[in-house]
Design a protein around this ligand. Structure first.
Ligand SMILES: Nc1nc2c(c(=O)[nH]1)N[C@H]1C(S)=C(S)[C@@H](COP(=O)(O)OP(=O)(O)OC[C@H]3O[C@@H](n4cnc5c(=O)[nH]c(N)nc54)[C@H](O)[C@@H]3O)O[C@H]1N2
Ligand SMILES: Nc1nc2c(c(=O)[nH]1)N[C@H]1C(S)=C(S)[C@@H](COP(=O)(O)OP(=O)(O)OC[C@H]3O[C@@H](n4cnc5c(=O)[nH]c(N)nc54)[C@H](O)[C@@H]3O)O[C@H]1N2
Ligand code: SF4
Ligand SMILES: [Mo]
Length: 769
């Protein structure tokens, strides 16, 4: 049964109308971060369980943080706390001792739950047993595991083609579970494996594969420490990768200069108080950023080209003084065309397009001019734009000019989001499988995997909307709230015959569902995983390609939870039965058996079971890191791209959708965005003072936000105007409250990533409606 509230986070009834504003913080972390960590842990569990979890978090013998993908130090780890405030919040959220049992689901109908905010839904606790929603029913009811697998298998078997099923993955799934999941899906017969990466770093993967021959970053933590300059574009590490600040602080001690490129003066990027140092405890901040460039939304390509133009002019004056010509000659392709393109550009128009003064561009160029070891870091501020792939290639162009790839202290650092999103791709969670993977599956298992490309996230939504896909299965995540065009996605999910979610916590994707729906509750990272009486561990890959083991140590909140690898094995047995060429029973007995076979199929995992047991794990091979480029040309490729000038009418603005300090994607930890000084209300829009004046808007005005795309209007109601330091014509709102404004058809060229950082909107006072 459907309900009226597609996404109650967009339900204007939840608007409080009151936002408390403080001054944005001048430095990240410090004591308030420690206080916040402790509070979040104690809200969810007793102190003993809390300490037990935190003492094992990110330790070499412990479990991998379920937060972001920032790597752990290779060498020493602090025994009392190798984590950040937001890592503690992620653990608190997952390891909560609150649980949702049969009585909870009997008491609360879907409509009741849909009336809650995302924050309230998340605070309910862990799903404690499998539940099933019958056609037309108002409540989820308990179901046995066997019956649940039976129902899913039945639905999968009656489809007229395996391509009518969709198998989504979020990025927390371990290597072992991800490998088995894609194996099952491919033996079942489809490549419909969309994942959160499609909405996240897909643009980085495409850009880096084309230019450097590997879809991952090239640097290690050590490269950051050895770099002369680090450029950070479109990333808010103070909130989203907090321990990156510790790494930057260490780099700073070695004399690195940091350039930050962002429409917002993000607190953590500017200054940092490391709570694990005496100075930090005394509130003495380290200044991190040396040059802050407050770029317009999507002005990055213009900025990068302007810097390249200045470097080129200096190189022309004194050949060999700026560019690494030996590297360029030996290792790159496309240099001449690129230089020809840059040479004819006008500094003034690039400066205007970037929204950065020529003076500041000159300063940036001079910081890079005679440096040879440069690292570029970036995240969603670059990847979620129409021209994202070309912008990232522009970052690579700059590095290539300086010979800054494939040597110590230099390279690419796309900072990944979910803790194992990179590993999931390595394991074959991809709608466009590589020939190597298909060959591996064929030779190890003896079945023919499908070759036709499957649906990515955007295509999956269209397929369900259009009735071409009827079963939706999610290995984690919150598809409804994370995807663009919320109303369209809701309709797509409702069109399905069956929606299944393997989940730890309740979320909105359980409440907007197909004709039938099932929730399969699973173990999280912090949970102890026992199979046949033996403790199991899983493995993850962090943002820098290190494979490590992760072993939870907490007692699961319920004895009815199954691990993700076991769920996949049981689903495969129920669906494929004796026809399967895979020994699923064997894999369930011990996860070492899964790793033995991963080693046979996926390159780089030799001696997996032995090497991963070594404290700290091992690095996967990375050609770009070693200066070898597996591209079509066999070299690193320069790219030529032209900036898009964004045309805006007088009443139109660019809107970026960003994360607050109190959320992990669609999981809302709390209502405060401490660093930005915005408290107790998430329905806000950050605007420039001049724009507000020109539009006749004042702080605290209540407005509606409207997007018009391809003749269709999208609207979200009741947002408070907050005056903020942001370039003119640029605005910011929180994700997922404004996902309903992101058009499904507005995607990045070549990567098909929704353009969540540039949505054109109009702002209208709510009373004027
Ligand atoms: N605590 C916490 N940690 C997280 C997450 C979380 O939600 N909470 N999410 C995880 C995931 S999945 C991911 S992908 C990462 C996301 O990490 P980030 O990419 O840091 O996350 P966003 O909040 O999307 O921030 C994007 C940043 O880019 C800036 N920006 C927006 N548009 C532009 C632009 O056009 N140009 C430039 N130069 N900058 C721009 C914004 O001002 C903001 O600072 O974090 C991961 N870690
Ligand atoms: N407008 C806008 N939209 C965006 C973005 C944006 O910046 N702006 N960012 C995009 C990005 S970068 C990403 S990565 C996506 C995120 O998209 P998703 O990965 O789909 O979303 P999450 O909110 O991370 O998923 C949270 C849910 O995962 C489940 N979960 C947590 N841990 C586990 C586990 O260990 N196992 C299982 N099975 N389930 C678990 C819980 O039930 C929780 O409710 O959103 C994208 N959407
Ligand atoms: S930086 Fe990321 S991985 Fe590390 S503790 Fe914090 S949230 Fe967890
Ligand atoms: Mo992400």
């Amino acid at each position: 049964m459907s309900n009226e509230h597609t996404d109650a986070s967009q339900n204007p009834e939840h608007f409080t109308g009151h936002v408390r504003l403080g001054k944005p913080k001048t430095a990240a972390a410090g004591i308030p971060a420690v206080v916040s960590s402790v509070k979040h842990i104690l809200d969810e569990m007793d102190a003993v369980r809390g300490m037990k979890a935190l003492l094992k978090l990110n330790q070499k013998s412990g479990f991998d943080c379920p937060g972001c993908a920032w790597p752990d130090p290779d060498d020493e780890r602090s025994a009392i706390g190798e984590y950040c405030e937001n890592g503690a919040k992620a653990v608190a959220e997952e390891a909560t001792s609150k649980k949702l049992d049969a009585a909870f689901f009997a008491k609360n109908s879907i409509a009741d739950l849909a009336g809650l905010t995302d924050y309230e839904i998340g605070k309910k606790g862990r799903v404690a047993q499998p539940v099933y929603l019958a056609p037309g029913a108002t409540h989820y009811k308990p179901i046995s595991w066997d019956d649940a697998f039976g129902k899913i298998a039945h639905h999968l078997k009656v489809l007229s083609s395996p391509d009518e099923a969709i198998f989504y993955t979020s990025g927390r799934t371990s290597n072992e579970a991800a490998f088995l999941y894609q194996l099952f899906v491919r033996e079942y017969g489809t490549n419909n494996l969309p994942d959160c990466s499609n909405m996240c770093h897909e643009s980085s993967g495409v850009a880096l594969s084309d230019t450097l021959g590997i879809g991952k970053g090239s640097v290690t933590l050590d490269d950051l420490y050895q770099a002369e300059v680090i450029i950070i574009l479109g990333q808010n590490p103070g909130t989203n990768h907090p321990r990156m600040l510790t790494a930057l602080q260490k780099a700073k001690k070695n004399g690195v200069k940091i350039i930050s490129v962002n429409p917002l003066p993000e607190t953590g990027l500017l200054n940092f108080m490391n709570p694990q140092t005496v100075k930090g405890m005394l509130h003495i901040p380290t200044q991190l950023t040396d040059l802050f460039l407050q770029v317009k939304i999507n002005g990055d390509m213009a900025l990068l080209q302007a810097i390249a133009l200045l470097l080129l002019q200096e190189e022309a004056q004194q050949p060999g003084s700026v560019f690494d010509n030996q590297f360029i000659n030996l290792n790159t392709s496309g240099y001449d065309a690129y230089i020809q393109h840059i040479r004819q550009l006008q500094l003034e128009s690039l400066s205007e397009a970037a929204g950065i003064s020529i003076e500041q561009i000159k300063e940036a160029a001079s910081m890079l001019m005679h440096k040879k070891k440069i690292v570029a870091c970036w995240a969603m501020g670059l990847t979620q734009h129409k021209n994202a792939v070309d912008t990232i290639k522009e970052v690579v162009n700059l590095l290539l000019l300086k010979g800054s790839v494939g040597k110590p202290g230099a390279g690419t650092c796309p900072v990944r989001g979910h803790s194992n999103v990179q590993g999931d791709r390595t394991m074959g969670i991809y709608e466009k499988p590589s020939e190597t993977l298909l060959k591996g599956i064929r030779s190890v298992y003896g079945f023919e995997p499908p070759q036709k490309h499957g649906y990515d996230t955007v295509h999956a939504i269209r397929a369900m909307r259009d009735g071409k896909a009827k079963v939706f299965f999610a290995m984690g995540g919150n598809f409804l709230s994370a995807t663009p065009d919320t109303e369209v996605t809701a309709q797509a999910l409702r069109n399905c015959a069956l929606t299944v979610q393997v989940s730890t916590k309740l979320n909105r994707s359980h409440l907007v569902h197909g004709q039938e729906a099932i929730i399969l509750p699973t173990l999280g990272r912090s949970d102890q995983d026992l199979q046949n009486g033996e403790k199991q561990f899983v493995t993850c890959e962090n943002s820098m390609g290190v494979i490590q083991m992760s072993k939870g140590n907490l007692r699961p909140v319920s004895d009815q939870l199954l691990s993700e690898p076991v769920i996949v094995c049981k689903l495969a047995l129920a669906t494929l039965g004796s026809q399967s060429k895979v020994n699923w029973q064997h894999y369930m007995r011990h996860y070492d058996y899964i790793r033995e076979d991963i080693e046979k199929v996926i390159p780089g995992f030799n001696n997996y079971n032995i090497r991963v047991r070594k404290p700290g794990g091992f690095y996967l091979p990375n050609n770009a890191r070693n200066g070898k480029f597996n591209t079509i040309t066999g070299k690193a490729n320069f790219n030529v791209a032209t900036i898009i000038k964004q045309e805006l009418a007088a009443d139109e603005y660019m809107m970026m959708t960003i994360r607050s300090h109190d959320q992990f994607n669609t999981t809302i930890y709390g209502l405060d965005d401490r660093y930005r000084g915005i408290y107790q209300e998430r329905r806000v829009i950050l605007m420039n003072a001049k724009d507000m004046k020109a539009a006749g808007l004042q702080a605290n005005d209540v407005v509606d936000l409207i997007n018009n795309f391809e003749g269709q209007e999208r609207i979200v109601h009741k947002f408070l105007v907050v005056e903020y330091s942001i370039p003119e014509k640029c605005t910011a709102t929180y994700f997922p409250e404004t996902n309903a404004l992101v058009p499904l058809n507005s995607v990045a060229d070549k990567s098909n990533t929704p353009t969540s950082k540039l949505v054109i909107i109009k702002v209208r006072k709510s009373s004027e409606l």
